[in-house]
Design a binder for this molecule. Sequence first.
Ligand code: PRE
Length: 103
Amino acid sequence: MAPTSDASAELLSLRKSIDNIDAALIHLLAERFKCTQTVGRLKAAHQLPAADPERERRQIDRLRGIAEESELDPAFAEKWFNFVVAEVIHHHERIAGESEGTR
Ligand SMILES: O=C(O)C(=O)C[C@]1(C(=O)O)C=C[C@@H](O)C=C1
């Protein structure tokens, strides 16, 4: 069934907001990865381990609390964080490997 023109207008308006939110998330992720690239170089320079499980545990607790307050599924917040951190750890390991080659 074709949507009514009211429904089409509402869908269009909601999609405009979704577009803005998706763009903001990409900008935020880009800034986060710039930051973690610097952390990766710092860790490599001082031969620190790529992963810090204790920091991850504390951050997961914190983010799950924030998610609950914001009515976001805490399990989803944790899954998102673990997904991003896994990528960060790959980056850290690559940076460490590159700096090993120059020592
Ligand atoms: O805080 C650090 O030590 C980082 O390397 C950053 C970060 C993160 O992306 O939040 C990534 C890997 C660590 O296991 C913990 C946290």
